[in-house]
Design a binder for this molecule. Structure first.
Ligand code: ADP
Ligand code: MG
Length: 259
């Protein structure tokens, strides 16, 4: 379970998150979507205990993130939107390091890591150095590392980044399967058709505030609009996007006329 109450975060003068509250029960996949800069990653970083809120509280698996960050870290599986991987380690060395930090026995780490890599079709890369992998392969390692200790709470920030269609499908089904077995999932993504199909519930964040919180079906029905993408646009964009694209093309093509 994740419980967030009156959560705010300022960076200097800028308010990135403004009194956000929600509760995600065990077994639920909650999509967390919003335009770039809406505050999604800030929320997730607070939930991991990496970032302190300026105001409000966040509780993960029954532990306050500020008071008990270590208890929280034990129970979360976190896929950061970007983040350092230990580039010079091999895939297996990295997964072993992560498993060891979670106090898993070495043989169990090896068995789990080997199986996960096989299922992601990168079994033969287990001994390759991480800095020699493609972006998508690296993302598979990040996801495997996030799940190796069977976390109670799953915090995925754009997990499909760089993944091919097969791997995306696998990750989607894994997330669903883990939620069906009682795990709690906060799923940040810009891939709205996946969010629409995968999530039991969707929170839309805009400029640090929640502007919608419901099931995908209810959001789409209430807005009389066809897809989650159109709902998203109507709640978070005040611009005419066709016009924006046209003007963008004009800017790109304007060089010759200015010379
Ligand atoms: P999202 O993940 O929804 O794209 P973020 O949570 O990363 O948004 O960012 C929300 C806002 O906070 C943005 O305006 C961003 O520029 C700002 N921000 C994020 N991290 C920092 C930081 N470390 N220092 C200053 N501003 C930040
Ligand atoms: Mg982000």
């Amino acid at each position: 379970m994740i419980r967030v109450s009156g959560l705010s975060r300022q960076y200097g003068e800028a308010l990135a998150l403004n009194r956000v509250s929600f509760e995600i029960p065990a077994g639920q996949v909650c999509g967390y979507i919003g335009p770039n800069g809406a505050g999604k990653s800030t929320t997730v970083k607070i939930l991991t205990g990496m970032l302190r809120p300026t105001e409000g509280t966040a509780e993960v698996a029954g532990f306050d993130v500020t008071a008990n960050p270590l208890e929280v870290r034990r129970r979360i599986g976190y896929v950061p939107e970007t983040g350092p991987l230990y580039q010079l380690l091999s895939v297996m060395e990295y997964l072993t390091l992560v498993g060891t930090l979670h106090h898993l026995p070495p043989d169990e780490i090896h068995t789990r890591a080997t199986k996960m890599l096989q299922l992601f079709c990168i079994g033969d890369s287990a001994n390759k150095r991480i800095d020699t992998l493609s972006k998508g392969m690296r993302q598979k390692v990040v996801i495997s590392a996030a799940l190796i200790h069977d976390p109670e709470i799953i915090l995925f920030d754009e997990p499909l980044s760089g993944l091919d269609a097969n791997a995306s499908r696998t990750v989607r089904d894994v997330v669903r399967g883990l939620a069906d077995q009682g795990r709690t999932v906060l799923y940040c993504s810009h891939v709205l058709d996946v969010v629409e199909r995968l999530c039991d519930r969707v929170i839309i964040l805009n400029k640090g505030e929640i502007v919608a919180d419901d099931t995908p079906t209810a959001l789409m029905a209430a807005a009389h609009r066809g897809t989650l993408e159109t709902v998203f646009r109507s709640l978070t964009s005040d611009e005419n996007q066709e016009q924006t694209a046209k003007e963008f093309v004009d800017v790109v093509r304007s060089r010759g006329t200015q010379q």
